[in-house]
Design a protein around this ligand. Structure first.
Ligand code: DC
Length: 214
């Protein structure tokens, strides 16, 4: 489907900002799939559940109700838009996203949104697993130090005890986990157009994507 644009890539590659702008320019909707994993992580933390406790996880996945709009996200009626953006929830979401039951639960939700078309969907497996039939697939990347620097600038606003060195370490750990998990790892495939955003500004990246659209 031509009107589905998938953008996959590692943490800090700029997927979120780029996808949001691209969707706005094209008058498409925007689906941030990472927010869904973050929502599950938030619920697990809220309910103090051990992610390795399968029975408790099953209960959480049955009970969770995620409501996503273009600029907010709610979990069982609680607005968690800001709360899911912490380093701790980022780390926990990477851990829970390796669990097949979690991925299965979120799959249908993402498929349904894509089937309507006219959507920019971004994440780690959107072009490989969620919507392989998308007509326009991109892989957005950047040098790990630049990605860590971008993430650090974001996190610094919310927390004072974060360092750049720690952020580089965290990003490397997440990259390794997100790319090596068995179910739907982050993967670049031949049909994806690869864009390295190191040294490019947001407008340049959006322009590159638009030039390549079929
Ligand atoms: O893009 P993000 O940092 O908000 O994503 C948070 C975590 O969710 C990320 O570390 C891995 C997971 N994720 C995933 O496994 N598949 C996706 N399509 C999107 C995110």
């Amino acid at each position: 489907m031509q009107s589905v644009i998938t953008i996959d890539g590692p943490s800090g590659s700029g997927k979120g900002t780029i996808s949001r702008l691209l969707a706005r320019d094209l008058n498409y909707s925007y689906l941030d799939t990472g927010a869904l994993y973050r929502a599950v992580a938030w619920k697990i933390k809220e309910e103090k559940v051990d992610p390795d406790d399968e029975a408790a996880m099953d209960r959480i996945l049955k009970e969770i109700d995620i409501n996503l709009s273009s600029n907010s996200i709610a979990v069982n009626g609680v607005d968690v838009t800001t709360e899911i953006r912490t380093g701790e929830i980022g780390e926990l979401s990477s851990q829970v996203s390796a669990k097949p039951a979690v991925r299965e639960r979120l799959f249908q939700l993402q498929r349904e949104i894509c089937l309507h078309g006219m959507v920019v969907i971004e994440g780690r497996d959107t072009g490989t697993t969620i919507f392989p039939e998308a007509g326009n697939k991109f892989f957005l990347d950047a040098d790990v130090k630049e990605r860590a620097r971008r993430r650090y600038e974001e996190l610094k606003e919310k927390s004072t005890d974060i360092t750049l060195e720690q952020t580089i370490e965290d990003i490397e750990k997440r990259d390794a986990r997100d790319s090596s998990r068995e179910t739907s790892p982050l993967k670049q495939t031949d049909e994806m157009i690869y864009i390295d955003s190191t040294g490019l500004n947001i407008t340049e990246v959006v322009a590159k994507i638009k030039e390549s659209l079929k």
